[in-house]
Design a binder for this molecule. Structure first.
Ligand code: 13P
Length: 252
């Protein structure tokens, strides 16, 4: 049985006050219930130490949104895996579509980031997903498989089930237009089959998340699909009651 996982990607949002407010609310809500769901928050780097401190004694885990592939050294503005690990983070998002589109991250770089994360014992949440244009051209399967294959070619299937995949169709991110449960399930099944071609047992244990306009009112429908093990949540992760409701709908 795969454990459910819901991760909140705060993106470049927040402040010290907002971190305090949001985490106070989440800590209370998760303490009351949610034994079957791994709940993770991924604030901007600057708020990670505060988040870790605030969540001491809670089951909520903290993750980062990105990492650099190099060892510490002359890489101005970057953050190394071991620095993230030192802050007691357990997870790191890699290859988010915003990083691919706005900061030119290639699938090869994403695969390297996943490798560096695992070496530092950080669980990478590896994002894949097609643009609207690619979907309309009928290229969804090919694009997602190519993104996944880059990770598998460099890391081998052994990177799973430690690593996690998040399928995030680019056209569903921040648009209020989520994939339908059928659309999401179809791609999740394809991802699981692609891993199963290499190792069925590993595929069975690998957690696949859906991301893209998940809200309290559509979470249950999306999460009830057999190959969807949780969510990567953007906007709704910034509101404690919304994020808690989404986590709650993941309880099996
Ligand atoms: P939204 O939930 O705001 O659509 O963002 C999804 C996302 O990009 C999470 O990584």
């Amino acid at each position: 049985m795969r454990r459910s996982l819901v991760a909140g990607n705060w993106k470049m949002n927040g402040s010290v006050a907002m971190t305090d407010d949001l985490l106070t609310g989440l800590k209370k809500g998760v303490a009351r219930s949610m034994p079957d769901v791994d709940v993770v928050v991924c604030p901007p780097f600057l708020y990670i130490p505060r988040a870790v401190q605030m969540l001491a004694g809670s089951t909520i885990k903290v993750g980062a949104q990105n990492l650099d592939i190099h060892e510490p050294g002359a890489y101005t503005g970057e953050i190394a895996a071991e620095m993230i690990k030192e802050q007691h983070c357990g997870y790191v998002i890699v290859g988010h579509s915003e990083r691919r589109a706005l900061y030119g991250e290639s699938s090869d770089l994403v695969a390297q980031k996943a490798k560096v994360a695992v070496a530092a014992e950080l669980k990478p949440i590896i994002c894949v997903g097609e643009t609207l244009e690619e979907r309309e051209r009928g290229d969804t399967g090919r694009v997602v498989r190519e993104q996944l294959m880059c990770v598998l070619d460099l890391n081998g299937v052994e990177i799973f089930p430690f690593a996690i995949i998040a399928y995030e169709p680019v056209w569903a991110i921040g648009t209020g237009r989520s994939a339908s449960p059928d659309q999401a399930q179809e791609v999740h099944a394809l991802i699981r089959e692609s891993i199963a071609e290499l190792n069925p047992n590993v595929a069975d244990h690998t957690r696949l998340l859906y991301g893209g306009s998940v809200k309290p009112d559509n979470a249950q429908a999306i999460f009830s699909s057999p190959d969807i093990d949780g969510g990567l949540i953007g906007g709704a992760a910034l509101v404690a009651s919304d994020f808690l409701a989404i986590c709650k709908s993941m309880e099996r």
